[in-house]
Design a binder for this molecule. Sequence first.
Ligand SMILES: [Fe+2]
Length: 230
Amino acid sequence: MIYVTGDTHGDIDFSKLLSTKLMDLTEEDYVIICGDCGVLFNPSEAEDMIEMYSSLPFTILFVDGNHENFDLLKSYPVEEWHGGKVHKLSNTLIHLMRGQVFEIEGYTFFTFGGGLSIDRAYRKPGFSWWPDEMPTDEEIEEGIKNLDKYNHKVDFVLTHDCPTSIVDLVRLYTWKTIKPVKSNEALEIFREGLTYTHWYFGHYHFDRRLSDKFTCLYKNILRILPKENE
Ligand SMILES: [Fe+2]
């Protein structure tokens, strides 16, 4: 089984992962977090946090958000997993890197983390804010290259931020001052010409299906139905 949900921010929004509907899952099942997993945010708590997340009965996959300690995240070796690149924080806690396509339970997932910290002016670089929250040109190129291999057709897209063309819709439900930045523009590049069933993203801390193609997730935990039930 595969479930998808929004930001967990270390221990702040961890409790949703204790939902009774997830408790019968096993390590062969997946809960995918759309960014701001935050387990490594504070290095002094990282070990405990990894243990806490890894003690859950299922495997957790996450794209990175903006509240991640990228120095620590990138210190893990890059490994191949289900067709894409990952950082394994433990056997059951896995970071899905930017611009990858993963094949899981017969579905293809394109992943691309990152987003802007709107409060970055109040944060300390390398301590509570990392410039790596914004995608690089190389990561965007990697995404295009990997989508090329799949003829720009995947089943699902999992990101932290949303594409530029969705920002107007998002603004109706969250901060009124948001303007598109590079993370949105990168995702817009991927969206154009992409065939996909549905796109899930986090970052904006509300739950709403915005259109037949886009859902913003925060507390909700949605099941991606097995292919035979389509
Ligand atoms: Fe967040």
